[in-house]
Design a protein around this ligand. Structure first.
Ligand code: FAD
Length: 381
């Protein structure tokens, strides 16, 4: 398929990144799934090859490319076969760090962003708390300013890369109640008083680590404040756009892979003397799913195009996240059904994909929150 947004340099990058994913990631995905982790070295290797920062400016250690490099990265990463690994890497490149690129001082970029893009320091994004996730304005982790320091107290949960992050882009309460009292801090995890309370056991995405964290009288220098004090809610919402968009990109690419694998299976597997793909009921269902996926892909590309041009696109990104997330979950479920009993067996990729995909309507803002946001944007009261 020819996509006008991808130029020769994007396709060259696609070729080299695809070959890396297939050579250095894919062969280990089963092992990493079983061990529920992947080597820290992968961050460093990806950084060394420039894969973590293709869309960042060169002066912070990035590749100086446009957003379409991130799209290629998100599309090709699904070939690793490990959604957990992909999530960890996308947190590093597209979720915990863009806000540093957008708001950070030169010193903050040198201390946090550049080493993250090189894969030398692992990044996490700390917003969700045990008592609140969707309602970001309700966070309770406080950062009280005393002289040249903030003293941080509270807890975070569901934090990807949380057990081994070197720093966290952390949402804290520096002011009063509600969205006006939130700030973003760059929080080094070697700060005394910080603790990984526990590593969480998940339904899927097993290769990524997800943690509950606690902060007890942690002293962080004021110079680690990102942007302005009490403007953090706006920054978090701004940062969510890239997170949701790359999630939609990955949802489309993963769904395409699921359908391709299912079609292949359906042409081989026989029932009642013919390949199961020949049953009209399934053929028609696959036509519908492929049609919907094509619609989701172009909705996502439309959002990417606006995002790449730095135009207003909250509506398009929210629609892409909502539509492609819901569609991916349905496609994974229908593909599992199409595999019959084999779909329920761990030795078939669809079993893992079914578990992993379920996150897409929850993480980075649930489908219900996307609908709420869209209701307001569309003037539906
Ligand atoms: C594997 C995994 C990795 C994650 N990684 C990170 C991470 O790295 N960093 C981070 O900060 N967070 C992370 N999260 C957290 C994720 O973003 C939240 O789980 C998500 O935003 C939902 O918040 P919640 O779990 O508190 O659900 P809740 O907010 O408690 O929502 C529960 C239910 O109520 C619904 N609901 C809530 N409000 C409304 C409303 N106004 N209208 C209608 N329905 C509503 C929700 O849609 C949902 O169905 C991760 C989560 C998972 C599962």
């Amino acid at each position: 398929m020819s996509v006008p947004f991808f130029r020769e340099e994007h396709e060259l990058f696609r070729k080299s990144f695809r070959s890396f994913v297939e050579r250095e990631l894919r062969p280990h995905s089963d092992e990493w799934e079983k061990s529920r982790s992947f080597p820290r070295e992968i961050f460093r290797r990806m950084g060394e090859l420039g894969f973590l920062g293709m869309g960042y400016p060169e002066d912070v250690g990035g590749g100086g490319g446009d957003y379409w490099f991130n799209v290629v990265y998100g599309e090709e990463l699904v070939r690793s076969g490990s959604a957990g690994l992909n999530m960890a890497l996308m947190v590093q490149s597209d979720m915990a760090t863009p806000v540093i690129g957008a708001l950070g001082t030169r010193e903050q970029k040198a201390e946090f962003l550049t080493p993250a893009l090189r894969g030398e320091r692992i990044a996490a994004l700390g917003i969700t708390e045990p008592g609140c996730g969707s309602d970001v304005a309700g966070i309770r982790t406080t950062a009280r300013r005393v002289g040249d320091e903030y003293i941080v107290n509270g807890a975070k949960t569901f934090i990807t890369n949380g057990t081994r992050a070197d720093f966290i882009t952390l949402a804290v309460r520096t002011g009063g109640e509600g969205y006006g009292g939130i700030s973003l801090l760059l929080f080094p995890t070697d700060t005394p008083g910080f603790r990984v309370t526990r590593k969480l056991e998940k339904l899927g995405n097993h290769a990524s680590d997800t943690a509950e964290l606690s902060f007890e009288d942690c002293r962080v220098p004021v110079r680690y404040l990102l942007g302005e004090e009490n403007q953090g809610f706006i920054y978090v919402m701004m940062n969510f756009q890239g997170e949701r968009l790359i999630a939609a990109v990955a949802a489309v690419a993963g769904s395409q892979q699921a359908l391709d694998e299912a079609v292949k299976y359906g042409n081989d597997r026989q029932a009642f003397g013919r390949p199961i793909m020949r049953f009209q009921v399934w053929r028609h269902e696959f036509v519908d799913l492929l049609t919907e996926l094509e619609a989701g892909r172009w909705l996502t590309y439309r959002a990417c195009d606006l995002f790449a041009q730095k135009q207003e696109c909250v509506k398009e990104i929210s629609m892409a996240k909502l539509y492609c997330g819901e569609l991916a979950v349905r496609i994974a479920d229908r593909c599992l059904q199409f595999h019959g009993g084999y779909g329920y067996m761990e030795e078939f990729p669809i079993a893992r994909r079914w578990r992993d995909t379920r996150l897409l309507t929850i993480g980075g803002g649930t489908s219900e929150i996307m609908r709420e946001l869209l209701s307001k944007r569309l003037g539906l009261g």
